[in-house]
Ligand binder design. Sequence first.
Ligand SMILES: *Cc1c(COP(=O)(O)O)cnc(C)c1O
Length: 345
Amino acid sequence: MELKKLIRKNIAELQPYSCARDEFKGEASVYLDANENPWNTPYNRYPDPLQLEVKEAISRLKNVPVERIFLGNGSDEPIDLLYRAFCEPGIDNVVAMEPTYGMYKVCAGINDVEYRRVLLNQDFDIDAEKLLAACDSRTKIIWLCSPNNPTGNSLNRDEVLKTIKAFEGLVVLDEAYIDFASQASFSQLIDSYPNLILLQTFSKAWGSAAIRLGMAFARPEIIQILNKIKYPYNINILTQRQALAMLKNKSTVDNWVNELLIQRESLKTALLTVPYVQHIYPTDANFLLIKVEDANAVYRFLVSRSIIVRNRNTVALCEGCIRITVGTANENNELINTMKLFSQK
Ligand SMILES: *Cc1c(COP(=O)(O)O)cnc(C)c1O
């Protein structure tokens, strides 16, 4: 794969902004280079633009070298940056499986890039041939998500690999829910597949959606392109500090994940006792997609009882479906009890 053929010309030629913290790295005793206020430590100083300390901790944990890690303001930032780096507005296109996470399409729209959708099969899985058939010489990115949102399942590994191997552009595999999955991450395969970009996030298993921290893992040349076009100080110091604190506390995260997996199984069992639940789809994530008789009515009833789930009724292939995030045992019980009240009406 030739990165030079994929990158937009203006991005390839771009001279990035060189901030004070780019030009002098390291320790000094007097900093008079960035027009900062000398008081109000530590918030007076600009944060590390490349977040080295956070990346080193992530690197150790994930066994991914620092130069293969990009950090963004949520996963949403690398999603948008990939469009801006590789997709020429009005000319290039991307291919995505559907149903899936909505941001791939929204960012395509914002960047005026054609978005081609390929429906998943009845098992919510991909068919590499179908994805590849939707591509042409102007297709820059294929978007995959595994475990997928809102369906919950992991994609067939062989089909994902087939797609990566056969496609001459970039394949983005969004692993936002990988910590809940029985399948292994593709993170150890970045070396073998130079067109593979992985997305992970602090928003789900790490319990840190509020700090807005997303990760992209890819070969160093791709990471350098993202670094070149991001806002210089895209990750603020509060987020960097909190991320470091969480990374030192991995056992807490492991305990949360274990508990949520137990709760997921209990919730599944309990949902089977709700008469109007017609189907519970297999899940590898921290949520369940269920099919009911009347999704709109169930959704409205739950809202009226102050319980909010996600109505996916209007999503292609998800007609009649509701997406339920796994909560605490108490929250899940409240949901089930309330759902049973509805069936009695
Ligand atoms: C929740 C979610 C994300 C997380 O996005 P952030 O911007 O990191 O909060 C990414 N991808 C998918 C598929 C998700 O469901």
